[in-house]
Design a binder for this molecule. Sequence first.
Ligand SMILES: C[S@@+](CC[C@H](N)C(=O)[O-])C[C@H]1O[C@@H](n2cnc3c(N)ncnc32)[C@H](O)[C@@H]1O
Length: 249
Amino acid sequence: MAVPGVAGSGSLGRELLLGSADVTDDSHADAAADFIEATRSSYDTIAPAYSAEHPDGLGDGPLETALLTAFADLARAAAPGAPVADVGSGPGYVTARLNALGIQAFGIDISPHMVALAREAHPRLRFEVGSMTSLDVPDATLGGIIALYSTIHIPDPELPGVFTEFHRALRPGGHVLLAFQASEGEHIHMTERYGLDISLDYYFRTPAEVAGFLAGAGLSLDAQVRVEPRGEQRLGRAFALAHRPSASG
Ligand SMILES: C[S@@+](CC[C@H](N)C(=O)[O-])C[C@H]1O[C@@H](n2cnc3c(N)ncnc32)[C@H](O)[C@@H]1O
C-alpha cells in the first residue's frame, strides 16, 4: 500500500516537526480548533496531485490485500448486505476495491475536491462530503468502517469523539480497520506538498496509543499489524482491527 502523507523522506515538503508539548501551546490550540477547515482546504489544494500519485495506492501488496479481504469478510459476516463506510476515502480506490469484493462500500471525505475526483474516477460509486467527527449515518447501520491514513489528521483531544462516532454508527459486531503511520507522539505541521502551499497537521501514534483510544470508545481490539519501513520510508505503519461488541461480545 502506498503511504499517503509520508511515503518517503523526500516527499515531505516543508514541514515542522513538533513535540507533544508544542501541541498544547496557544498557537497550536488555535490550530487544533481550526483543524477541520485547515484539513479540508489543504486536501482541496493537493487533491489532483495526491490522486495522480495515489490512483490506486493499495497496489498489489499481498499483506495489504489480505487485510482488506479479511476486513471485507468480517464486515460481510457481521452484517450481510450492510453498507460499509470508507472514511477519509481520498481518491476512492479503497472504496472501489471493497465494492469489487462484493461489499456495498461508500466514501466519505472532508475535501469536496477529493470527493469530486473520486466520483469522476468511480462514477458508479457513492462518495459524500463529510467529517468523521460527525458522521451523517444513522445509529447502528454500518457493517464496517475503514479509515486508512485519515485519522492521522485528528488531534488527540478529538480522537475519542471520532471513535465514539464509529461505535455509534456501527452495527453490533461491525468491524473497524485503521491504518496509520506509527511513531511515538509525533506531530508534523506541513506547509507545502507538491509545491503547493498548505497547512496540514499529522499526528503519528504508536499502536498501543491507538488501541487505548479504541478501547476508550468501547471498541474491542482484534488484531494489530506492524509493518516495517520500506525503501526510503522513515516511519513504519500499523493496522488496527477492532469491532463493536454485541451483547454476546
Ligand atoms: C492521507 S489521505 C488518505 C486517503 C485514502 N484513505 C488513502 O488511503 O489513500 C487522508 C484523507 O482523509 C481525509 N480526511 C482528513 N480528515 C478528515 C475528516 N475529519 N473527515 C473525513 N475525511 C478526512 C482527507 O481529505 C484525505 O482525503
